[in-house]
Ligand binder design. Structure first.
Ligand code: KIV
Ligand code: ZN
Length: 518
C-alpha cells in the first residue's frame, strides 16, 4: 500500500484479530477468525492485522489462510524486530496477493531498559533498521512501530522514524502502547513528526492508541486532525487491559463531523452493527448498553421529550440515523413451518453463507427451537448458528442431565458426560440447580476450573425466549469463556460450562506451543 494521492483518506487498520484476540478469554478458533476476517472485508477495512505468526502454529495458519482467502483488504502479520519473527511472518504471507508485514521494537526508556539484546538507543535504532530491511526482503509493504512512542524521547523518535522510512517502511505507526497520551499532546506529537522528520512524506503516519485513561478514540482523532492518515483500532474497542481505540467510534466521528475533520474513510458503515455483534458473540464480551454507536441504547430515545422530538424531526435529538450503521428492525419472523430455503435466505441477509452440511445442522437446531418458541427472530438465528457451528473439538459433551430444585428441596443434579468417548457420571448438590450441576461436572470431568463470571440473558423477549449463558472459567493460568443457548436455562448453563472446558483444553495446547516457540 502506498501513500494515496488523496490526502483526505484515512486508512482503517483493524487489529481485532491480533491485539484484541491476545486478551485472555478472547481467543478465537481458526474458523471464528476466518468469519471475523470475512466480515471485516465486508466492512471494507483497508488492512486486517490477522495475527502474530511466530506465536503459535495456529496463529501462523490463521494469517496464512486469511491472507490467501480473504479478498479486499491487505492482510498483515506482526513480528518483533528479530529475524525469527520476521521470517515466520514472511512465510505466512508468502504467495498471498495483498499483504503487509508489521515489525516493532520498544523505543521508550522504559522498554529499552528491559531489553537484553539492546544496550541503548543506538542498538535499538540499528535493530529497527535491520528489521525493516529484512521485512522488505519478504514483503513490499512494510509497517514499522516504535512501541511506546508516546513515552519515547522526542529526538530519538525522529531519528528512528527517519531511519526506518529510509530503510523501506511505507507506514510508520506511532503507538500509545500504555494509553498515557493526552489528545492535544498526542496531536502535537504527530504535528512535530511531520515538521521534524525530513522524509516523512515518503510514508503514511499511523496511530495505535490504547484506552487506559479512556482517551484512545480522542487521541486517535486528534492525531488525524494533525496529519495521521492511518488509524489502528478494534471492533467494540476490545483489546488488552482497557482495550484499543474503537473502530466504530473513530469511523462515525469522522463521518458525522466531516465538517471538522475534513477526511474520509472507505468503511461501509451499514456493516458496523453486524460486525460489532459478531465480534461480541465470538469473543464473548458483551457490548455495554450505553456504548457509543453499537450499544443497545445508543439509538434508544426513552424520555418523552426526546421521543416526541425525534418523531417530529429526527435532527432534534439524532446526529446519526440507526440505519446508517445497519441497525434495522427486521419484519420477517421464521416459524417451525419455514423451510430450509427460507432459513438459508434469512441467514444470507444476516451475512452467513453456509455450506450444505452446516445449513443442515443449523436447520435441525432451528426446528428444535422453533417447535418450542413458535417465532424465531434474527437474534435467535444468529445465536443458534454460532452455537451450532463451532469448531472447538468436543473433548467434553453432555449425555444426560437431571436436576431437582424447588422450595424446601435441596437442589441436586446428576450429570453424565462423554469425555473423549468415555462415559463419566456424577451427582452433587448445591445452592441451586446451576451450582449443583457445576459441582457434578467438576467431579465428572475431574477439573478444578473456577467460574469467574456467569451471565445469562434472554436473546429476545417472552417466557419462551432463548436463554444465552456465558461462563468465564479459569484453570492453571488459562482463561476461557464458554457460551451456549437453549430455551432451558439450566441446559444452557451446563453446555456453556462444557464449552468453556473445551476451550480451556484447546488453549492449554496453544499456550504450550507458544511457550516452546517464543
Ligand atoms: O500497543 C502496541 O504498542 C502494539 C504494537 C505491537 C503496535 O500493539
Ligand atoms: Zn496495542
Amino acid at each position: 500500500m502506498s501513500k494515496e494521492s488523496d490526502v483526505d483518506r484515512v486508512f482503517i487498520f483493524d487489529t481485532t484479530l491480533r491485539d484484541a484476540e491476545q486478551t485472555p478469554g478472547c481467543s478465537l478458533t481458526p474458523r471464528e477468525k476466518m468469519e471475523v476476517a470475512q466480515q471485516l472485508a465486508r466492512l471494507n477495512v483497508d488492512i486486517i492485522e490477522a495475527g502474530f505468526p511466530v506465536s503459535s502454529n495456529e496463529d501462523f495458519e490463521a494469517v496464512r489462510r486469511i491472507a490467501m482467502e480473504v479478498e479486499g483488504p491487505h492482510i498483515c502479520g506482526l513480528a518483533r524486530a528479530v529475524n525469527l519473527d520476521i521470517d515466520r511472518a514472511g512465510e505466512a504471507l508468502k504467495d498471498a496477493p495483498k499483504t503487509r508485514l508489521h515489525t516493532f521494537i520498544g523505543t521508550s526508556p522504559q522498554h529499552i531498559a528491559m531489553m537484553r539484546k539492546a544496550k541503548g538507543n543506538d542498538d535499538v535504532l540499528k535493530m529497527a533498521v535491520d528489521a525493516v530491511e529484512r521485512a522488505r526482503s519478504h514483503c513490499d509493504d512494510v509497517e514499522f512501530s516504535p512501541m511506546d512512542a508516546a513515552r519515547t524521547e522526542r529526538r530519538f523518535l525522529y531519528d528512528v522514524v527517519e531511519a526506518t522510512i529510509a530503510a523501506g517502511a511505507s507506514t510508520i505507526n506511532i503507538p500509545d502502547t500504555v494509553g498515557y497520551a493526552i489528545p492535544e499532546e498526542f496531536g502535537q506529537l504527530i504535528a512535530d513528526l511531520m515538521a521534524n522528520v525530513p522524509n516523512v512524506d515518503d510514508a503514511i503516519i499511523s496511530v495505535h492508541c490504547h484506552d487506559d485513561l479512556g482517551m484512545a478514540v480522542t487521541n486517535t482523532l486528534s492525531a488525524i486532525k494533525y496529519g495521521a492518515r492511518q488509524a489502528e483500532c478494534t471492533i467494540n474497542g476490545l483489546g488488552e487491559r482497557a482495550g484499543n481505540a474503537s473502530l466504530e467510534e473513530i469511523v462515525m466521528a469522522i463521518r458525522t463531523r466531516g465538517d471538522y475533520f475534513g477526511v474520509k474513510t472507505g468503511i461501509e458503515p451499514k456493516e458496523i452493527t453486524h460486525t460489532s455483534r459478531l465480534v461480541s458473540r465470538l469473543m464473548n464480551v458483551a457490548v455495554p448498553p450505553n456504548k457509543a454507536i453499537v450499544g443497545a441504547n445508543a439509538f434508544a430515545h426513552s424520555s418523552g421529550i426526546h421521543q416526541d422530538g425525534v418523531l417530529k424531526n429526527r435532527d432534534t435529538f439524532e446526529i446519526m440515523a440507526p440505519e446508517d450503521v445497519g441497525l434495522e428492525q427486521t419484519q420477517i419472523v421464521l416459524t417451525a413451518r419455514s423451510g430450509r430455503h427460507a432459513l438459508k435466505h434469512r441467514l444470507e441477509i444476516l451475512s452467513y453463507d453456509l455450506n450444505e452440511e452446516d445449513l443442515n445442522k443449523a436447520y435441525e437446531r432451528f426446528i428444535t427451537v422453533a417447535d418450542k418458541k413458535k417465532e424465531v427472530f434474527d437474534e435467535d438465528l444468529v445465536a443458534i448458528v454460532s452455537d451450532e457451528l463451532t469448531d472447538i473439538p468436543e473433548k467434553f459433551s453432555l449425555d444426560y442431565l437431571h436436576t431437582v430444585s424447588g422450595t424446601g428441596t435441596v437442589p441436586s443434579a446428576t450429570i453424565r458426560l462423554k469425555i473423549e468417548g468415555e462415559n463419566s457420571q456424577e451427582s452433587a448438590w448445591g445452592d441451586g440447580p446451576v451450582d449443583a450441576s457445576y459441582r457434578a461436572i467438576k467431579k465428572a470431568a475431574k477439573t478444578e476450573a473456577r467460574v469467574e463470571q456467569y451471565a445469562i440473558r434472554a436473546i429476545t423477549s417472552g417466557a419462551e425466549a432463548l436463554g444465552e449463558v456465558t461462563v468465564r472459567l479459569s484453570d492453571e493460568g488459562h482463561v476461557a469463556t464458554g457460551r451456549a443457548v437453549s430455551t432451558d436455562v439450566i441446559e444452557a448453563s451446563v453446555k456453556a460450562y462444557l464449552d468453556g472446558l473445551n476451550r480451556l483444553a484447546v488453549q492449554a495446547g496453544i499456550e504450550k506451543q507458544r511457550a516452546e516457540a517464543v
